[in-house]
Write a protein that binds this ligand. Sequence first.
Ligand SMILES: N[C@@H](CCC(=O)N[C@@H](CS)C(=O)NCC(=O)O)C(=O)O
Length: 194
Amino acid sequence: MILHYVPGSPYARMVRIAWRERGIAGITEHETTLRDPASDLLPHNPVGRVPTLVLADGTALTETLLILTHLDRLHAGPRLIPETPQGLAELGQVFGLLDGIAVWNRELRRPVHERSPGVIALEETRANRTATRLEAAPPTHATARLALACALGYCERRHTAWHWRHGRPALSAWFDSAAAAPLFQATLPPISGL
Ligand SMILES: N[C@@H](CCC(=O)N[C@@H](CS)C(=O)NCC(=O)O)C(=O)O
């Protein structure tokens, strides 16, 4: 199996950490390019997003949660996909946070005159509302915690427009502790300047 990724992607980072943590054999990683008509990802996955996991028979899995679902067939450890409503709720909340941040970040990457202040305001409000909930109640499921660490890790280095730490000492301390893990340190995204 080949896991296509880019180092800046928080979604791909989750999968990169998850397969290592579960000790799944037979995965190699390939750094690809995005938004590039010559990307070597496109012949496998016309959607052109990472993470993409290409199986031995050529089947290309796209979407982080679907890849984690498949990885759960390959190990005997704790399930990556939560088995309780509480766990699913936690994971969904963090993905909602990250999806909103991705929309916000994409907006900031446009030329200034093409940005939508309305979209930026909506996503900033969504992110703050969700982070304030997480400050009071951090996730307990391991995959929701991994997803949150990757989401906040993205904000630390690639979406610094959001001052998520302000007024959130518990979430800040939680992240600092999660970020110290060796696999987290080994997959740090490059700083983007945004
Ligand atoms: N819903 C997808 C989101 C993945 C995603 O948006 N990945 C970004 C990198 S962080 C990507 O590949 N973007 C390429 C593009 O937008 O063309 C998932 O959960 O895997």
